[in-house]
Design a protein around this ligand. Structure first.
Ligand code: GAP
Length: 563
């Protein structure tokens, strides 16, 4: 059946001649022609077209294209479960269970086309903030498998152990720390836990093809040790001066007894870590503690069974709640990184480890915790490792790892005053949860993710597919922007459907090329979060888009606004 459709695009009516055809048992709608903006003329034109094709007009019905109507509605924050996020990530091409066609593999995940972009953006922005923009931190990229003596010296072979437990009531399998044996109850049903013994979560492998000569080695359980093992070379080669840091992003592997909660606890994951070295006799932090407020959950507050207190990190240091200035500095800096990328700090708190809970290498650890749908959990650990690691490696390797400190003019073994250690996948979850909104007008999900993190920066739409000039210009704009940004060309379905599709995957800007733009050599940009639109010159588009992504200019100020 042929029929006329009226589409209302940004307040203006456009008429099209469409027809429905049955293909493989399904009804498909195809646009035959664009009919202009005036109803009477459109109907006349439609009759002529069909006549010229020697086709009878079945019926001319005016159909209002609901999807393109700019429906009013509100943008509401939607709190979803980890299962819902898992389904969403799979449906939209963010993350798939690894080897899914064979039933998946517990604790392993594959990142799809959108997931890999988001993950790469997280890593790139972390590196930019922590390494490239600072004078005191440099980076390395160590190997995943290294000399196993590294893991003997670091204490991982002997002390990196968890206790496997099974709940006597509900059968839930999990792991607990050694100090929790006899104290912890099942997190699911509060049932009694039965210990199944200690286990070391390092994945072992053998290096060398001939079995008699092969060496037992490990997939690294943390990236940190490669920084310690290379510390002296990096310090001397780069002529570093204390205080200074060495950063690394890379894969880590742990044979978790109970991988769970999607990416939260997996067996293969990535870490973004810094070892920050100081002269142990000079603990003064030369940097200002960033002005960030959060919920503080010290060991004392936990012991007294009190609620975390909201205060500035700087004040927590001045009140002696956070003992060391460097620790306060790094906690605030890490929160600031999350905040700068749009995370909601109301969902964060910092929690101090109790004495019993501390890892074998740490004298004080504070975790950045996030309110996941399954409870408050560790997002990032920030430990004071002292000189434990360099001391251990110096002893085991019999190499002098001391360095010259320019300030004190002495050779010293530096201390790691702080080790901010963040899992890429946990950061991924935080950004997904915090940006998950629902548009009640369009009735679809809007991923309000920071444009710098967004997998796709802009979608380019020709407003009509059948106007050759519009299509040609749209392709040219797409090809030009693609050189610099990850953009897509989207011509499938109505404009409303295209907006909805892009809102759902977090594309911050939709660029539309219409007839008016052909004449004026401009395009419209639509903002995902406010649905506002501006017109900008094609010649300025690249520059404006770059500024919008960086949030260097306000959307309304970037072009001529119109309803
Ligand atoms: N070098 C210190 C270290 O590895 P950690 O607390 O064991 O400390 C640091 O790990 C961070 O690595 C955690 O805060 C978390 O973000 C991430 N992480 C640890 N185990 C993980 C797992 N099984 N799956 C996903 N991320 C994990």
């Amino acid at each position: 059946m042929a029929f006329v459709v009226k589409k209302n695009i940004r307040g203006k009516d456009y008429f099209y001649l469409n027809e429905n055809k049955r293909v493989d048992g399904k009804v498909r709608t195809k646009t035959i022609a664009y009919l202009g903006k005036i109803k009477k003329e459109a109907e006349k034109k439609a009759s002529e077209i069909l006549k010229s094709r020697e086709r009878k007009i079945d019926k001319i019905v005016l159909v209002k294209d609901k999807k393109t109507d700019h429906k009013k509605g509100t943008m509401e924050k939607k709190n979803i479960s980890i299962e819902e996020l898992t389904t969403f990530c799979k449906r939209k091409g963010f993350v798939y269970p690894s080897g899914e066609i064979y039933g998946g593999f517990a604790g392993f995940w594959d990142f799809g086309p959108l997931g890999v972009e988001l993950k790469n953006n997280i890593k790139k922005l972390w590196w930019q903030f922590h390494v490239l923009s600072r004078e005191d931190i440099v980076g390395i990229d160590g190997s995943i498998i290294t000399n196993p003596k590294v893991w003997e010296a670091s204490g991982h072979v002997s002390s990196f152990v968890d206790v496997a437990v099974v709940c006597k009531k509900c059968g839930n399998k999990t792991k607990i720390d050694k100090y929790e044996v006899g104290k912890a109850l099942c997190e699911k049903c509060n049932g009694e836990l039965e210990s199944k013994g200690e286990f070391n979560p390092m994945f072992a492998t053998s290096v060398g093809p001939i079995s008699e000569e092969s060496i037992k080695a490990y997939l690294r359980p943390e990236t940190a040790q490669l920084i310690f093992a290379n510390f002296k070379s990096v310090y001397d080669n780069l002529r570093l001066k204390l205080p200074c840091g060495i950063a690394q992003i890379g894969k880590a592997f742990r044979n978790e007894i109970a991988p769970r909660d999607f990416l939260f606890r997996s067996r293969e994951f990535e870490q973004m870590e810094i070892e920050y070295f100081i002269n142990p006799n000079e603990e003064k932090c030369p940097y200002k503690i960033p002005n960030v407020e959060t919920f503080i959950y010290s060991e004392e507050i936990q012991k007294k069974n009190l609620e975390p207190i909201k205060m500035r990190i700087k004040d927590a240091f001045e009140k002696g709640i956070i003992k060391k200035e460097w620790h306060a500095y790094w906690l605030a800096t890490e929160l600031l990184w999350f905040k700068s990328l749009g995370a909601n700090l109301e969902n964060f708190r910092i929690r101090q480890h109790s004495k019993e809970e501390l890892s074998h290498y740490s004298s004080d650890t504070w975790d950045l915790e996030y309110k996941f749908p399954f409870g408050w959990k560790e997002l990032e650990g920030i430990a004071d490792r002292g000189n434990f690691d360099l001391f251990q490696h110096e002893k085991a390797s019999k190499k002098d790892l001391k360095v010259f400190d320019e300030n004190s003019k002495e050779r010293i073994l530096p201390s790691v005053i702080c080790e901010p250690s963040l899992g890429v996948e946990r950061a991924f979850l935080v950004f997904m949860f915090d940006s998950y909104f629902y548009d009640t007008g369009r009735e679809n999900i809007v991923l309000k993710i920071h444009p710098k993190l967004a997998p796709i920066k802009a979608a380019i739409f020709p407003i009509v597919k059948i106007n050759k000039d519009i299509v040609r210009i749209s392709h040219e704009i797409y090809a030009n922007l693609k050189k610099e940004f990850n953009v897509i060309y989207d011509s499938g379905g109505s404009v409303g459907r295209r907006y909805a599709r892009n809102d759902e995957i977090g594309t911050p800007f939709c660029i539309t090329i219409d007839e008016e733009g052909l004449k004026k050599k401009d395009v419209t940009i639509r903002d995902r979060d406010t649905k506002k639109q501006i017109r900008v010159k094609i010649s300025e588009l690249k520059n404006i888009l770059a500024k919008l992504i960086e949030k260097e200019i306000k959307f309304e100020a970037a072009g001529e606004i119109f309803e």
